[in-house]
Design a protein around this ligand. Structure first.
Ligand SMILES: Cc1cc2nc3c(=O)[nH]c(=O)nc-3n(C[C@H](O)[C@H](O)[C@H](O)COP(=O)(O)OP(=O)(O)OC[C@H]3O[C@@H](n4cnc5c(N)ncnc54)[C@H](O)[C@@H]3O)c2cc1C
Length: 417
């Protein structure tokens, strides 16, 4: 039976960032990830300015900018029969943090894993599935897991952090249950090709609305990542209408993309996301902390899930590294992390719930097929809205900065021969 300083369960954005930061502090940290790699399609792929700034503070900015990515510069609302209205203009923010980087999550996670692998105290165990908690004397002392060949084993740790996502097994094992907030829609993700003439590094996000449905197109390097939003009960309807019916719906919502809906070969090309909005009342028990989606699943509105998960990881590293280096993490230490991150989480979730009530709820109920006139008026007439909205999406409330122990200088550019 092995022993580590911090056992992090789940190699998503929260787990990999926490692993990197703690390892840079000199803590022995082991990340267990149940998959054999990070190759999973249709995950959160938006890296917001708060995260890009953090990456710069970690001295990894040059490398990050070399990864394939497109830049989301604005959010534009369609106006039937009129010119579209820019609701959020990231370009209005001070450079260089004036865009959302769109990149496949697996590239981002591989990038974090490579940086963490340079730290001697960091271990990543792929194909290791956590199955439960090791408890002793009223405290969590480690995790139970299955090795790649299915052998059960245990890893003891001074602290276990659950970063195992929205269906967190460790959260359940700890007896923690999140409060669920109603969400009026689910999302079906799929791809459509981008024609060469449409390519470009800079792009905007334009939603389209119909009765009881909406469609967002995220620009990627050589394809559009499409998100079809419909009421939670719609999966049966989509299956009954078949692929032809689905293609017709997409073509009606985005006539400009009708020429390529045949790229949806079958309904198997759709990836259904059961959208959740929830939050734990308490993020910890003695010896275990939940962060990221394990503590709070976010709605896709604003694409903030990854970034909040990363901010949680930064706060956790900041507060817990000293205690982990001492080898003694108290419940009061864990409470500090929860207190730091609960408020920004609640603020963002409240904003998402307001958006649901004002925009998505009525659209999903078939009562409206356009953005409320008040929102369009604000976007057109109140210049501050153009900067406040993107600032809120870009940095969120209480953005975190890299702890001093994790900061590194960027490598100097090599002189050209
Ligand atoms: C289809 C989809 C689209 C999304 N789009 C966006 C978006 O555009 N922008 C955005 O910001 N957010 C988006 N999100 C949400 C975003 O992906 C999450 O908020 C974010 O990834 C949360 O990070 P996390 O590290 O907390 O959890 P996760 O990313 O869920 O990572 C959890 C990790 O734990 C692993 N794991 C689970 N159980 C175990 C176990 N028992 N043992 C070991 N490992 C385990 C999983 O394999 C996974 O790698 C989307 C989510 C989905 C599903």
């Amino acid at each position: 039976m092995e022993k580590t300083g911090c056992a992090v369960v789940g190699g998503g954005p929260a787990g990999m960032m926490l692993g990197l930061l703690l390892a840079r502090a000199g803590v022995r940290v082991t990340v267990l990830e149940k998959h054999a790699d990070f190759l999973r399609d249709f995950r959160g792929d938006t890296v917001h300015p708060s995260t890009i700034r953090l990456i710069d503070e970690l001295g990894l900015g040059q490398e990050f900018r070399r990864l394939p990515q497109s830049r989301l510069k604005n959010v534009v609302l369609p106006v039937p029969g009129g010119a579209p209205v820019t609701m959020g203009d990231f370009d209005a923010l001070p450079p260089p943090y004036n865009y959302v980087a769109m990149m496949p999550q697996w590239d981002f996670l591989n990038f974090l894993a490579a940086a963490a692998a340079e730290e001697p105290g960091f271990t990543l165990l792929l194909s290791h599935t956590a199955t439960g908690l090791v408890r002793n004397g009223g405290r969590v002392r480690g995790v139970r897991f299955r090795t790649p060949d299915g052998t059960p084993d245990e890893l003891l740790a001074d602290l276990v952090v659950a970063t195992d996502g929205r269906h967190s097994a460790l959260r359940t094992a700890a007896g923690l249950a999140p409060k669920e907030f109603p969400v009026p829609f689910d999302t079906w993700w799929f791809r459509l090709p981008r024609h060469p003439s449409e390519k470009g590094e800079v792009a905007g996000l334009v939603p389209a609305f119909g009765p009881g449905e909406a469609l967002v197109a995220l620009f990627r390097n050589d394809y559009y990542q499409m998100g079809y939003l419909a009421p939670k009960s719609a999966d049966a309807r989509i299956r009954a209408e078949g692929v032809e019916g689905f293609r017709r719906r997409i073509a009606a919502l985005r006539p400009d993309l009708a020429d390529r809906v045949d790229a949806i070969r079958s309904l198997d090309d759709l990836h259904w996301l059961d959208v959740r909005l929830n939050r734990l009342h308490s993020w910890h028990i003695n010896g275990l902390l939940c962060i990221g989606d394990a503590a709070h699943a976010m709605s896709p509105a604003g694409g903030v899930g990854i970034n909040l998960a990363i901010q949680d990881a930064v706060a956790a590293a900041n507060y817990l590294a000293p205690a982990l280096l001492r080898g003694r993490v108290t419940t009061a230490d864990l409470k500090k992390v929860e207190r730091r991150r609960m408020l920004p989480t609640a603020i963002v979730q409240t904003a998402q719930r307001l958006m649901q009530r004002a925009i998505f709820g009525p659209i999903m109920a078939g009562k409206r097929t356009r953005v409320p006139a008040a929102a369009l008026f604000m976007a057109r007439r109140v210049p501050a809205v153009r900067t406040i909205v993107p600032r809120f999406i870009a940095f969120g409330p209480r953005p975190e900065h890299a702890p001093a122990f994790a900061r590194r200088a960027e490598p100097r550019p090599q002189p050209q021969p």
